[in-house]
Ligand binder design. Structure first.
Ligand SMILES: Nc1nc2c(c(=O)[nH]1)N[C@H]1C(S)=C(S)[C@@H](COP(=O)(O)OP(=O)(O)OC[C@H]3O[C@@H](n4cnc5c(N)ncnc54)[C@H](O)[C@@H]3O)O[C@H]1N2
Ligand code: MOO
Ligand SMILES: [Mg+2]
Length: 398
């Protein structure tokens, strides 16, 4: 069978081809930029008052003057004023242009103001203090947001400040999430004794929502004809299908055969791992991708976070994936010579370590256990004793 690393590498050889679209910047949160955003003006665009107070000419202060007559006020949002007379000052507010003829700001806290006369009460005043000089942060024309940037809150604030009402971004992939199985009823229904409510596709939908993707939900019975017809339609209408169930050795596990018949070429089926062994991955000549996830809920969660989400992030062109690690908080034994994804609860210690507390649960159908766990630790194949304090990769599931 296939190792986890090889399976992962195979998925990473493929990418969804996403078109480019232009959207209002107010609708662009979470999207990936396809055209760089540049500064239309300097940052800040003018010498900007950084503290409320008075604006003076430093030469007056240097010549020993400490008391200045106030001849006006420079507010933010007003055109620049001019200080004409030496020895006087203008009051000046944070965010205003530094008045022409002045070069230094003294805070209100550092003066007394009586009868239109401002007197400096501190004895350490520096030329240019409390002025945020034009172009200190960025220059007009500088690239502020390069292609490939994911648009989060600070990026959108920057786009707003340079007047980019429209942004060019990658289109989102069209994704269908498909549960299969005669035992499954929808969430609003009351299951008969031999039925359960479906949950896997809802987990997938919530995970994809964190990437800004709004996937559609579908359900197909364990019937080869229906499966073939519906999957055919869904393949036509989508870039990516994510199925749950029907990929193992059972007499109603039709998914791999049907996908092959529909021209989706199997890239792998089954990985040396627990949970999630029967994962199936395929692509078609016309650029469609299919992940068919094992139905057991814990397997679905693991395959989602270990394979599907990294695949999508790479396709969206998000920042290269960085592996996280933690240390085992207690020893674990696992005999089979395959990779074991151990459910763990993470704690962050005052000395900087992240500890992984094992919560093995009762197997790949025990998804209630994941409420307590919150992450999987990837314990490699070819080792059966995992010691206290040993560090291994972790995969967060929330
Ligand atoms: N003889 C063998 N039997 C099994 C093997 C094997 O290698 N040989 N593999 C086991 C492993 S490992 C897994 S994982 C499961 C995978 O099963 P399938 O992908 O075929 O999934 P189903 O048979 O359809 O369902 C399995 C299980 O999951 C529940 N399920 C399915 N879909 C959902 C859903 N949307 N929401 C909630 N729960 C779901 C389903 O009711 C079943 O209980 O096969 C083992 N068997
Ligand atoms: O690989 Mo299965 O996911 O253990 O139940
Ligand atoms: Mg099955």
């Amino acid at each position: 069978m296939l190792s986890v690393a090889d399976a992962f590498a195979i998925t990473q050889q493929y990418r969804l081809t996403l078109s480019i679209e232009t959207v209002p910047f107010t609708a662009a949160a979470g999207r990936v930029l396809r055209e760089a955003v540049r500064a239309d003006r300097d940052f800040p665009p003018f010498d900007r008052v950084a503290m409320d107070g008075i604006a003076i000419r430093f030469a007056d202060y240097a010549a020993g003057q400490r008391s200045f007559s106030v001849v006006g006020t420079q507010f933010a949002g007003q055109p620049q004023q001019m200080l004409e007379q030496t020895g006087s000052c203008l009051e000046a507010m944070t965010g205003a242009m530094v008045p022409a003829g002045t070069d230094t700001i003294i805070r209100y806290e550092d003066i007394t103001l009586t009868n239109g006369q401002a007197t400096i009460t501190i004895d350490d005043v520096q030329l240019g203090q409390h002025i945020h000089h034009q172009a200190t942060d960025r220059r007009a024309g500088n690239e502020l947001l390069p292609v490939g940037t994911r648009l989060g809150p600070p990026e959108l604030a920057v786009a707003a400040s340079v007047g980019q009402t429209m942004l060019t971004v990658s289109a989102l992939p069209r994704i269908a999430l498909i549960s299969t199985g005669d035992e499954l009823v929808d969430v609003g229904e009351t299951p008969l004794p031999y039925q359960i409510r479906r949950s896997n596709t809802y987990l997938l939908r919530a995970a994809l929502a964190t990437l800004g993707i709004d996937a559609t939900l579908h359900h197909i019975a364990d019937d080869q004809t229906q499966l073939q017809e519906r999957l055919q339609e869904l393949l036509t209408a989508n870039d990516l299908l994510i199925l749950s169930g029907g990929v193992s050795a059972g007499k109603a596990d039709f998914v791999p055969d049907v996908l092959t018949r529909l021209g989706v070429q199997k890239r792998f089926h089954k990985i040396d791992q627990r949970p999630g062994k029967p994962l199936w991955f395929g692509t078609s000549a016309d650029g469609k991708t299919v992940f068919a996830l094992p139905g057991n809920p814990v397997s679905t969660v693991l395959c989602t976070y270990r394979y599907v989400m990294p695949y999508l992030k790479a396709s969206l062109g998000l920042a290269p994936f960085v592996m996280s690690y933690a240390q085992l908080a207690s020893p674990i034994t696992f005999q089979p010579p395959i990779t074991y994804f151990l459910p763990v609860r993470l704690t962050s210690e005052a000395d900087g370590r992240t500890l992984a507390h094992p919560l093995p649960g009762s197997g790949s159908a025990d998804f209630a256990n994941l409420l307590d766990a919150g992450a999987f630790m990837e314990l490699p194949a070819g080792q059966s004793e995992f010691g206290l304090g040993e560090a291994f990769p972790i995969w967060l599931t929330r």
